[in-house]
Design a binder for this molecule. Sequence first.
Ligand SMILES: [Zn+2]
Length: 150
Amino acid sequence: MLRDELYREEILEIARKILHEGPICNHCLGRQFAKISSGVSNEIRGEIVRELLTGAVQDGKCWLCNGLFAELDRWVEAALKKLSRYEYDSFLVGTKLSGLLMANEELMWELTGAIFAEPLKAELNREVGKRIERATGKRVDLESRISLSY
Ligand SMILES: [Zn+2]
């Protein structure tokens, strides 16, 4: 079980360090342990790690993504609006991170060693892709290469 896989001193030690830095959302917390187990979202991973560390509560805006994951629907809507002008069967999401977010991720990786981490961009692309799939019924195609910048 994922809970057991995450319940390791090595992981909890890293999680304590992360939580000590300031408020962090479950996406960003869980993403630092993305390589532990597949088939589950980083958000769920983060939830479990937070539960395992008693007394760890989420408060305030995430210092790593600056609340980006909480506003994902806004980005998805913008992408859908743009996509509505085109005919397509499949799509591929690519994101460009601001300098601040890239710097925050670097800080995080310095702190944790990034042993189990997945890049922020990878989660962002996947989460936005999932939502666009749900809204349009079209599929993410990892081979598509036509770019529509936003
Ligand atoms: Zn975050």
